[in-house]
Design a protein around this ligand. Sequence first.
Ligand code: PLP
Length: 453
Amino acid sequence: LNVIGATEPTVAQAIRQELADQRTSLKLIASENYASLATLLSMGNWFSDKYAEGTIGHRFYAGCQNVDTVEAEAARNAEELFGADHAYVQPHSGIDANLVAYWTILTHRVETPDLEAKGVRSVNDLSEDDWETLRHQFGDQRMMGMSLDAGGHLTHGFRPNISGRMFHQHSYGTDPTTGLIDYDVMRAQVREFKPLILVGGYSAYPRRVNFAKMREIADEVGATLMVDMAHFAGLVAGKLFTGDEDPVAHAQVVTTTTHKSLRGPRGGMVLVEHEFADDVDRGCPMVLGGPLANMMAAKAVALAEAKQPSFREYARNVAGNAKTLAEGLMKRGATLVTGGTDNHIVLLDVGSNFGLTGRQAESALIEAGIVTNRNSIPADPNGSWYTSGIRLGTPALTSRGFGTDEFDRVASLICEVLSGTSVATTAKGTPSKAKYTITDGLAARVHAETEEL
Ligand code: PLP
């Protein structure tokens, strides 16, 4: 930090402050974690200076022998850890991984004319018919993923997202009474819509998913099952999600981030069955810019950590702590979407019991040192900006060693803060969706306790 500070003191100070903030608040953002020192140090080194378009042993630049070593090691670790046929470890983020996966499936599955055989040497030689066929390869295909308000991710076909524009898109949701995925409804929708790609996985669904059943449903219409396990990759790596719940055993294509429950560096990966291997390896430069060798080195390190027996215990604790948190909230009167959790996520409905919007709850909690994010709940009356929910996740605090006692205390502090928060009125005298008031001294007192924890 002294070296950084000598050049850019503002940045050095912001880094110091970030560490201090992370140490003195409770990180309950479900997609965040604490990477190990070995992982962090693998990110900041000379690999960052190297260009290496292409893939292992097949580069568009000279001098990539050391990049080959770390990329191969990361891929091997991922394949071993998840039991995958083939791992592509270059994606810079989860969204990039999903784009590579969509491109891979489209390229592999949708036939295009053999333009070389037709003597086409440049785009200027393409006939109108060829253009039409090529357009069909991308713009005309169908995909189906989980809707955003049921807990899906933007890249699972949300209309304004590029995934919603690349495909004709339809989504499945959750049952309005139970909040759970209804596989019979999904099957009926898939039979009717006949997608090329069925996407499983979520960002805010607090339950496990039966991927064996999803594969059965996809197979009925010849769809490729793609699972985005970004959120729960750590629980798959830790062998908590096995059998029907193991996405790698059932989906042809699996994408993930490496920085959430997997506790690695920021980045993404795509795991595929053999038949997609050659296509996915062309992700760079067809979809992605040059790979970040420093990040691939850090992925290799974090994946090696996840192969240790202690990571299985970590995964069990993440889920066990989520149950403790959920029960702690419910016994104090809170309402949870689906009535509980069996993964790492707890989705708290702050409208029903506390009369707040997600925005108000998020702001009040952070004043008290509890870092969460507001989140839509199914059929949210407050829309996707203000929302009626708060999403809580246990991966980060579990990494800090929190167990049952600490998570019960966290549940108690959350309820205390939300019960002491009320809706303020706007200048027109109507209830505000953003402004709130909080009992005098409450935020400071809870903040002091979060620092102690
Ligand atoms: N997929 C899922 C399920 C996610 O929850 C997220 C991020 O929150 C992403 C993809 C995108 O990851 P990234 O932010 O690394 O692009």
